[in-house]
Design a binder for this molecule. Structure first.
Ligand SMILES: NC(=O)c1ccc[n+]([C@@H]2O[C@H](COP(=O)([O-])OP(=O)(O)OC[C@H]3O[C@@H](n4cnc5c(N)ncnc54)[C@H](OP(=O)(O)O)[C@@H]3O)[C@@H](O)[C@H]2O)c1
Length: 328
C-alpha cells in the first residue's frame, strides 16, 4: 500500500480549482488543507473539493503538521515568499510557474529546499503530459535525426485590464512570464541552453510585455523561433524540425493531446490525451517522488528550473522588463 500523501493548497484562484479537481483523481491522497486570504472563500473551496481544513491565512496552513506537500497557486510575484514560508515550516512544495521572478529568487528557494532536504518542484505540468513523454521518446530514439529548428508560439487575445494578473506589474504581469515560459521550456527541454538570444517586445502602459519574440541560437547550430503574445489568438503550436523528419505538437502545444511525426514523406499521428484537467500527471510525479524519498524530480530537476529562469532573466534584461524584486 502506498503512503497517503497529504496536500495543501495556497491561493484559491483559477488554477487552484483545476488542480484540486485533478487531485481527487489520484489514489491515496488527501486534500488536508486549503488557504485563502478570505475564510469564506477557503470554506467554500474546501467543501467543493473535500478538503479537511479551511484556513484564512497562508501561515496557518504552512504550520499544519498533518500536511506533507503544498501547492503554491498565487500570482508569480508571491511564489518566492509563499514557497519560502512552506519550506521553512518543513513542507515539500510544488510551486506554480515561473518558480520565481528572477534567478536569484529561484537559487535561494533551491538552496532552502536542499538545506532542509525537502522536495521542491516547479509546476510545469507540460513536462508530464503523455504526448510530451511520447515526443521525448521519439527524440531519444533519434527518429527525426539532429534538431535543426524549433518553432513555438503561445498567444491569445487578452482583455486589456491593467489591474488583472496578466497586465499588473505588481502581480508579475506580462506575456513572457505567463505564457512565453512554455515555448522557452520546450526549447530548453529539447535543445538545452542557447548560446545566443535575440529579442523584440512590445510593452504595455503598465510596463510589462504584451508581445515577446525570441530567436535562440545553439552550439549545435540549431535555431529556435519562439513567441508569446496577449495581443492575438495565434496557433499555439510547436514544431521540432530535424535532419530526418519533424514533430508537430498540435494546438495548444503546452497541453497537447495530438502529435504528428513527419518522416519519409509520411505522417504518423499519435493521439495521447491527458487525464482530467491535465494536472494529475504532475501530481502523480510529486506523489511518486515523495513516496520514494526523492527531494527533486528527475524529469524536471531543480537545475532545469534554474536554467529556465536564467534564460528568462536574459530576455527580461534585453526587453527592459523588470519587477520590484529585480531591484532588491
Ligand atoms: N499550469 C497552468 O496551466 C497554469 C494556468 C494558469 C495559471 N498558472 C499559474 O498559477 C498562478 C496563479 O494563476 P491564476 O490564474 O490561478 O491566478 P488567480 O486566478 O488570480 O488566482 C491567484 C490567487 O492567488 C491569491 N493571491 C494572493 N495574493 C494576491 C494578490 N495580491 N492579488 C491577487 N491574488 C492574490 C488569491 O487567492 P486567495 O484570495 O484565495 O488568497 C488568488 O485567488 C500563476 O503564477 C500562473 O502562472 C498556471
Amino acid at each position: 500500500m502506498h503512503k497517503k500523501i497529504h496536500w495543501g493548497i495556497i491561493g484559491l484562484g483559477n488554477i487552484a480549482h483545476k488542480f484540486a479537481a485533478d487531485l481527487q483523481l489520484s489514489d491515496n491522497v488527501m486534500l488536508q488543507g486549503v488557504a485563502s486570504r478570505n475564510l469564506e472563500k477557503a470554506t467554500e473551496f474546501a467543501s467543493t473539493y473535500n478538503a479537511v481544513t479551511a484556513y484564512d491565512s497562508y501561515e496557518k496552513l504552512a504550520n499544519d503538521p498533518k500536511i506533507d506537500v503544498i501547492y503554491i497557486a498565487t500570482p508569480h510575484t508571491f511564489h518566492f515568499e509563499n514557497t519560502m514560508l512552506c519550506l521553512q515550516n518543513g513542507k515539500a512544495v510544488l510551486c506554480e510557474k515561473p518558480m520565481g521572478i528572477n534567478s536569484t529568487q529561484v537559487k535561494t528557494m533551491i538552496q532552502e529546499a536542499k538545506s532542509r532536504k525537502l522536495f521542491l518542484m516547479e509546476a510545469v505540468w507540460t513536462r508530464f503530459m503523455p504526448a510530451i513523454e511520447k515526443m521525448i521518446s521519439l527524440l531519444d530514439e533519434e527518429t527525426i535525426g539532429d534538431i535543426i529548428q524549433i518553432r513555438a508560439d503561445f498567444g491569445f487575445k487578452a482583455e486589456l485590464n491593467l489591474e488583472s494578473r496578466l497586465f499588473n506589474k505588481k502581480l508579475g504581469g506580462g506575456s513572457l512570464l505567463d505564457i512565453g515560459i512554455y515555448p522557452i521550456f520546450l526549447s530548453l527541454l529539447v535543445s538545452g541552453i542557447p548560446t545566443d538570444i535575440k529579442t523584440m517586445a512590445r510593452m504595455t502602459e503598465t510596463d510589462v510585455d504584451s508581445f515577446c519574440a525570441l530567436l535562440f541560437d545553439y552550439s549545435t547550430n540549431a535555431k529556435a523561433v519562439l513567441e508569446s503574445t496577449f495581443e492575438a489568438n495565434t496557433p499555439t503550436e510547436a514544431y521540432i524540425h530535424g535532419t530526418k523528419g519533424a514533430i508537430k505538437l498540435h494546438r495548444r502545444f503546452h497541453q497537447p493531446t495530438t502529435i504528428t511525426l513527419f518522416k519519409d514523406d509520411s505522417e504518423t499521428v499519435f493521439e495521447l490525451p491527458y487525464t482530467g484537467n491535465g494536472y494529475i500527471h504532475e501530481i502523480e510525479e510529486v506523489n511518486s517522488c515523495l513516496r520514494n524519498g526523492q527531494t527533486e524530480s528527475s524529469k524536471l530537476p531543480l537545475e532545469f528550473s534554474q536554467n529556465l529562469i536564467t534564460i528568462i532573466d536574459t530576455i527580461k534584461t534585453q526587453i527592459g522588463l523588470n519587477y520590484i524584486a529585480d531591484a532588491e
